[in-house]
Design a protein around this ligand. Structure first.
Ligand code: SF4
Length: 474
């Protein structure tokens, strides 16, 4: 059987703000995971429109398309194209799970939720010529899943080919997050068997890894065992975790020992009212500065995530957020305009309040305002969002932020990581065009090299651990 797996490009990947490098970071791991269930006799073509022009002139038997909200229209048009050519088309992903009735109009079969249990079942049914219209995931386990078909990934086209996911979901329930909608009807947080995760890591060449898990520290027991197993593997890695998990116990030290060098942290907002509105309990009454200092004392760089437009935000939120990031030496900041994705609690609430003003999914890219704002206007919100990005990444702020670290090595790492990421667009574009992105990996690995931790006399970690037990207000 000829099978085609497609990740259509997100609409924002073609906007004037498009930074090609941002969309050439990670390969489509989800599709490569599904491909592992196909038979060795199948001919498989995996295409990612972010890094290549789609070949739409072929005639596959089965087409599998991954749908996000801002590639939905494009995904539907590709689906129609292949249906006309006689292929059997299936759609899955976050947007399909959120709006199954919409997606079903364009597919022969849709998948709701993760596909580990339903995709193998579909393949059996398809072989027996009795596929269902809808497959809804119920059994949530990663035990016994076959190794990802990484051979289908064009490694040289990505900056981070060694991306990996060892858990699914997250233990928290933020109202703006897709997570609850995607995992509805079953477990919403589960992990691989530690030995399977370690075996997957062993299979990856080079030193660098990027864990794409929503919350790598979300299951402490799993994470302890994982980091124990990774000690001595000589890896450097990046991942994501919450503020409370950084402050609790000594898991973050274990992660640093295993090679954690940079962490995506969802600070989102400094306002307790906003945190309550978002049900982001894990951040409530947590001392962000304490978390930042703890990461810095371990030589871990920080990618801070911040959301603008929550109901208690005022006009000063942009300046406060940028200044806090610079002052606290946050290496990179990711800003978002609050976006009520369909299927989320936030969307339902806003819909009930009559606040959704736009249903063009292409605008749901976290750069546009699609709802009625409260304390600031939509124009102020969009302008403030763009201003924040520009301001945070000005050279003088990159320098100011870098020199806020204690050690020269950390200062230099910060400077090169932030400057390299944001200020050399032409170089990135050249590397992408010449298919040389993977040659940057050794440089990335050296920027992520270890910063020596402070000596026991000056080590802030211990007092931080103790203080973390006490609740701190912002
Ligand atoms: S902590 Fe992150 S991944 Fe988890 S529910 Fe909240 S936003 Fe989603």
């Amino acid at each position: 059987m000829k099978v085609k797996l497609i990740l259509p490009a997100l609409t924002e990947a073609e906007s004037p703000f498009w930074r090609p490098i941002k969309y050439s970071l990670f390969p489509p791991l989800g599709l490569a995971t599904l491909a592992a269930y196909l038979s060795p006799e199948d001919t498989i073509d995996l295409q990612d429109q972010h890094i290549e022009t789609l070949n739409l002139e072929d005639n596959p038997d089965l087409v599998i398309i991954q749908v996000y909200i801002t590639n939905a229209y494009r995904a539907y048009s590709i689906a129609q194209h292949y249906k006309k050519r006689g292929a059997y088309v299936i759609l899955g992903g976050l947007h399909v799970t959120s709006l199954p009735h919409e997606s079903a109009q364009f597919a022969d079969t849709i998948f709701i939720g993760p596909g580990e249990d339903t995709f193998p079942q579909f393949l059996k049914d398809f072989k027996n010529k009795c596929p269902e219209k809808v497959y809804t995931s119920r059994i949530r386990t990663l035990e016994g899943i076959p190794p990802i078909r990484r051979d289908l990934i064009k490694r040289n086209m990505y900056l981070v080919p060694n991306s990996i996911v060892v858990t699914r979901g997250c233990p928290h329930h933020c109202t703006f997050c897709y997570k609850d909608a995607f995992f509805e009807g079953g477990k919403s947080f589960y992990t691989q068997v530690v030995d399977d995760a370690l075996a997957e890591i062993e299979r990856l060449p080079g030193r660098h890894l990027y864990f794409l898990d929503d919350h790598l520290l979300g299951n402490a027991r799993f994470a302890y065992q994982l980091f124990d197993g990774m000690k001595g593997m000589n890896r450097v890695f990046q991942g994501a975790a919450t503020v409370d998990s950084i402050l609790r116990g000594n898991l973050i030290e274990k992660a640093a020992e295993a090679g954690l060098r940079s962490l995506f942290v969802g600070f989102e907002t400094f306002s307790p009212e906003n945190l309550k509105q978002s049900n982001k309990k894990q951040n409530l009454q947590k001392d962000y500065v304490l978390a930042v200092n703890r990461l810095h004392s371990l030589g871990i760089m920080i990618n801070g995530s911040f959301v603008f437009g929550l109901d208690s935000d005022d006009r000063g939120v942009f300046e406060r957020t940028v200044e806090w990031g610079v002052k606290n030496a946050i290496t990179t900041s990711t800003y978002h305009i609050l976006t009520p994705y369909p299927g989320t609690q936030l969307y339902t609430e806003m819909q009930q309040q009559g606040r959704i003003v736009c249903s063009d999914w292409n605008m749901y890219d976290t750069r546009h305002v699609v709802y009625k704002t409260m304390s600031i206007t939509a124009e102020e919100l969009e302008n403030g969002y763009h201003w924040a990005y520009k301001e945070f990444y000005k050279w003088n702020n990159i320098v100011r932020s870098s020199i806020n670290h204690d050690s020269l090595k950390h200062q230099l790492k910060h400077f090169f990581y932030t400057g390299g990421w944001k200020k050399f667009e032409a170089v990135w574009n050249f590397l992408i065009k010449t298919k040389n992105l993977h040659n940057m990996l050794p440089i990335l690995e050296s920027v992520l090299s270890k910063v020596r931790q402070k000596s026991p006399q000056t080590n802030k970690t211990e007092p931080l651990q103790q203080r973390a037990l006490i609740d701190h207000k912002f």
